[in-house]
Design a protein around this ligand. Structure first.
Ligand SMILES: *Cc1c(COP(=O)(O)O)cnc(C)c1O
Length: 431
């Protein structure tokens, strides 16, 4: 469920008027809803209750320390892809014994750090990496807990612009090669086989690909369980969310709300598909959702700076750009964009097509092209919806634009959880 609703023509995040946040913190600013994020977590956790399971939040989707703290307090685990992410999790009070360390290119420093902190598992993506981890663990007189990431080679049917299918092969180890590599690992002195992992892609909107992958890998899990007594099977993340879910002008409803469910597939469908085959395995199950937990829980607030008309087109130039939210530029992805204040007369503004673009010197710097929008004026405050995942984490200083502020709403309160950068910040560390 989302906690973004219109009340008396103002868009609220939980019980906070977003116009107030913009007035106090200026724009562009990312605003997150703790209630929405925790609601997603709780729903998923409940749906997986029949299994011995751990939800490992995929940190890369949103790394802000206050967001991580929400998951620490909810007793979640973490899926990390770098030493920096491990550092952040620890800084937020997270337990390294609940961290799985993924990624195709782990460095020596990262492996050493993760060994020292005693992460739960290294999710290994190649034979070369396995050997390297064995070597480093040997030098450190440690034993590295490992799981191989296997590639079940299923079509995840994900959205065309963010399909990772063709890249999937860079990740993981072919299912047919896995038994031999496990055998090699079993002979290594400094690694301990503790699990098996897979991740089939991102923004997957159906339950079937997850179920297919699980059924494909299940025989291997059984074999590994009897041979090496592995402790867990991680089924990865990738659950999709709804991006096209306009808040109907004024009425305050999400079009795609399905009984309060805002995810693209329902948690219930997902659980119904995956719980039975997983239950049969009788092993601890890890899931690694990122986008699903935080995506719909954040918006990017931005203000219209100029409205520009040419003979052929109309543009609203806003104060956020691709350096704040790169998803539209990078994947042509769709984000709902709504006005934060809709007084009655404003609601009657005639709709027309407009490009909503940023100030960055790139033609790719847009949030929406030919979008049907009520007439926009300079100074209008907009909310770019579903910006909680892969938003701020992909922000850059391109065009020497300071990184935006981030705020977290809880009930009727909001807090600044990351200060807006200043121009001085831009040159810090440079000589
Ligand atoms: C990115 C990633 C995830 C999270 O993906 P989402 O689509 O955000 O759920 C989980 N596991 C691994 C290994 C990843 O690389």
């Amino acid at each position: 469920m989302h906690f973004f609703r219109y009340r008396n023509g103002h868009l609220y995040c939980e019980d906070v008027d977003l116009a107030r946040v913009a007035e106090e913190l200026d724009t562009p600013t990312f605003v997150y809803s703790a209630g929405t994020i925790l609601d997603h977590y709780t729903r998923l956790d409940g749906a997986l209750a029949p299994l011995d399971h751990l939800i490992c939040y995929a940190v890369k989707a949103n790394t802000n320390r206050s967001i991580l703290k929400l998951f620490v307090d909810a007793s979640a685990g973490f899926d990390i892809v770098s030493g920096g992410e491990l550092y952040r999790v620890l800084a937020a009070g997270g337990d390294p014994a609940k961290c799985t360390f993924a990624g195709v290119g782990k460095s020596r420093e990262e492996i050493e750090y993760a060994l020292e902190q005693r992460v739960y598992s290294f999710n290994v993506e190649s034979e070369a990496e396995l050997e390297y981890i064995d070597k480093i663990a040997g030098v450190k007189n440690a034993r590295a807990p490992i799981a191989l990431r296997v590639n079940p080679d299923v079509d995840p049917h994900t959205h065309e612009y963010i399909s990772t299918g063709s890249h999937e092969n860079k990740f993981g180890i072919a299912l047919t090669d896995a038994p031999a590599i496990y055998e090699r690992a079993a002979k290594m002195r400094n690694v301990e086989i503790i699990g098996v992992q897979m991740h089939i892609g991102s923004q997957i909107t159906q339950a079937a690909p997850f179920e297919n992958a699980i059924r494909k890998v299940a025989p291997v899990v059984r074999e590994l369980k009897s041979k090496y007594r592995i402790k867990f099977f991680s089924i990865g993340g990738g659950m999709g969310i709804v991006y096209r879910c306009a808040l109907e002008s004024g009425s305050g409803k999400w079009w795609h709300d399905r009984g309060g469910e805002s995810s693209a597939f329902s948690v219930r469908d997902y659980a119904e598909a995956i719980v039975p085959p997983l239950r049969e395995l009788g092993i601890r199950i890890l899931v690694e959702p990122g986008r699903f937990l935080v995506g719909n829980g954040g918006v990017l607030l931005t203000r219209v700076r100029y409205v520009k008309k040419s003979s052929a087109k109309k543009f609203a130039i806003v104060d956020a750009g691709m350096n704040e939210l790169i998803r539209p530029a990078l994947y042509h992805s769709y984000h709902e964009i709504v006005r934060v204040k809709q007084t009655k007369s404003e609601r009657e503004r005639k709709a027309s097509k407009i490009d909503i673009v940023g100030p960055v010197c790139e033609s790719g710097d847009f949030f929406a092209l030919d979008r049907e929008m009520p007439k926009l004026y300079e100074g209008d405050l907009l909310a770019i919806m579903s910006a909680g995942a892969y938003g701020f984490v992909m922000a850059s200083n391109y065009n020497s634009r300071p990184l935006p502020a981030e705020a977290l709403v809880r009930g009727d309160k909001f807090a600044l959880i990351r200060k807006r950068q200043t121009w001085e910040d831009l040159v810090r560390g440079e000589t």
